[in-house]
Design a protein around this ligand. Structure first.
Ligand SMILES: [Zn+2]
Length: 333
């Protein structure tokens, strides 16, 4: 029976900012979207990397890049992974084949996929990844046990949002009927019950094991998403609303002592000219320069008053606090 424990609400989390990039290439979107041309679509990883690496250097931040093993093996994907790594960013594991149903595979299939991806990343960078994010925010006991068995320091797959069912419905509505029928009901955006899980770091726990979870931050109280793609979508509807929404989210996060784990995807900084096959995604009509500048302003707002660190550094801090508190007789300060 899976339980959660050590919900650490007493750390100085409200002052922490973690920025991550899910390095999903065009094929990941097209495949999840059920498009036939997913294997031949041009990569967007070079262009995304050429924009993000200088931006992070300009802001002086180190981020965590969740890389797909299949891309880390060769070509533009491998070059992108190496460019992030050589610029001082953490490269973590986002699975081998970016299967939206990864969390539903058998333990051996799942274990094999995750281990192959870790190998591909370690071959590219020389460093074995210590963190994992499941495609489509998948979660579950099997996944946590596989990660613990492979000695992962943390999982970062959880998106505790109340909008999961709505986002799922919207996503399915944009697929063709044949695709919907062939892929069944993918657990995109996590199950509805995830909305009730903590926003502060905690540990999944089961008989004989445990695993640190670092959730993607959603709006405290409301549990609506706060990642970059969501802000872009809000900006399309009402620019003033998007900035007020982010400001409210940051205030609530500070007030509730929630770390700001902020997520970026490649489509957040590219446009339909960069990737015609992805033109169906929201916000692709806006010029990339405008989108990149919005990402810059957002990251500045998030990081200027918070201590910014990678997920691995944050996981170390969680462990230090725990061991420190154990010395004090299991009391959290
Ligand atoms: Zn992904």
């Amino acid at each position: 029976m899976l339980a959660i424990k050590d919900v650490d609400t007493a750390g100085d989390w409200g002052n922490s900012a973690l920025v991550s990039v899910d390095l999903d290439d065009s094929w990941c979107y097209l495949r999840t979207h059920g498009e036939q041309n997913w294997q031949t679509t041009p990569s967007v990883l070079s262009v995304a990397t050429d924009r993000l690496v200088p931006l992070f250097a300009h802001l002086g931040i180190r981020v965590t890049v969740f890389a797909v093993g299949r891309d880390a093996e060769v070509g533009a994907g491998r070059e992108a992974v190496c460019a992030f790594f050589e610029s001082g960013h953490e490269v973590a594991n986002h699975s081998m084949n970016h299967r939206f149903d990864l969390a539903r595979l058998s333990p051996s299939e799942m274990s094999n996929d995750i281990a192959r991806s870790a190998d591909a990343i370690a071959t590219a960078t020389g460093v074995v990844p210590v963190g994992f994010r499941c495609p489509s925010f998948g979660s579950g006991e099997t996944l946590h046990q596989v990660l613990a068995a492979q000695k992962y320091a943390y999982d970062a797959s959880l998106l505790p949002t109340s909008l999961g069912p709505i986002l799922r419905w919207y996503h399915r509505r944009t697929m063709s009927r044949a695709t919907r029928e062939s892929i069944g009901s993918p657990e995109l955006f996590g199950p509805a019950a995830d909305a009730l899980l903590p926003l502060t770091p905690f540990r999944w726990s089961w008989d004989g094991g445990e695993l640190l979870e670092i959730p993607v931050t959603t709006m405290p109280v409301l549990r609506t998403p706060m990642h970059m793609s969501y802000l872009h979508a809000l900006t399309e509807k009402a620019p003033g609303l998007a900035s007020a929404y982010l400001r409210l989210g940051l205030r609530l996060a500070s007030w509730r002592n929630v770390p700001m784990s902020f997520l970026i995807h490649p489509p957040d900084i590219i446009d339909r000219h960069d990737a015609p096959d992805l033109a169906y995604l929201p916000g692709m009509r806006r010029p990339w320069q405008e989108k990149l500048d919005y990402v810059r302003r957002t990251l500045l707002e998030i990081t200027e008053t918070r201590e910014q660190m990678t997920h691995a550094q944050f996981a170390d801090r969680c462990d230090d606090r725990r061991h420190g508190s154990h010395h004090q007789g299991f009391e959290l300060e």
